[in-house]
Design a protein around this ligand. Sequence first.
Ligand code: XMP
Length: 319
Amino acid sequence: DWTMGAYKDEAIRLIREQVGDKKVICGLSGGVDSSVAAVLIHEAIGDQLTCVFVDHGLMRLGEAEEVVSMFRDTYNIPLIHADEADLFIGALEGVSDPEVKRKTIGKLFIDVFQKHAHEVGGAEFLAQGTLYPDVIESVSFSGGPSVTIKSHHNVGGLPEKMGLKLVEPLRELFKDEVRALGRELGLPQSFIGRHPFPGPGLAIRCPGEITRDKLEILRRADAVYIDQIRKHGLYDEIWQAFVALLPVRTVGVMGDGRTYDYACALRAVTSVDGMTADYYPFSHEFLGETATRIINEVKGINRVTYDITSKPPGTIEWE
Ligand code: XMP
């Protein structure tokens, strides 16, 4: 697309102009936004860029490994992999309030990022994959007084604290434009088309207190659900799909035994920018087949529900 081609060239020119010969550090989350920002900046300034991937242990099945291999092996972008799962999961012990969870993760994220960013030495810029909707939603909720619905997980305040200047090449773009830019940069469609994933990761898809066991159950259920969606050719029609593991156990029957396991909720929505969303109208056949697979394949879950709440009044994530 020629428009994005021109946008890319202009963005590269602006990055070079802003950064000069200085070093840039970029926080990678594994999502499309920070990845597109990193690849764009790498194209502009090469190895003046170092990426820091703060691995909070709240990623989906196999996801952290994919991020590391894509950046190191495919793109040869210098990458620091900060594997800090124990730190994050330890800090979240006993924490069940959604805002406290988000703030705990956000604060630790900043500490860890800062620690590793110092290893780079002499960086003057911090790059972020902030999009236009992030700029708006974290400030106010349209239609009403300025109310923060959820504290957004980003590195707000970090640039000043570290004495770094911000590079935010995606600040004027919506999600679909970021994807077009990513394609323009040669990122694989399988990666570009990935559903958004929130900074606090699986912690906000596990309402209430998280534990390693719950995270593991959630990871496996989510992988089965996404596999079902891909097999039925529905992945690209959906903005975001995931499993939320509910903090409740219910009674079931399997073979000739009684079970007492967790219930989960499947979530799938369509949206253009994440600011409003409709639940996805799966067929009953799809839902039934998926429920059967999850219960058969994931030890620890014996009940599956489907969330039919749109946004508003619901939010996309459960916390
Ligand atoms: P909600 O749940 O507010 O989510 O309807 C709207 C979109 O934002 C994503 N989301 C986040 N992304 N950090 C992020 O980077 C966050 O803290 C965060 N919280 C929600 C969510 O996945 C959805 O796409």
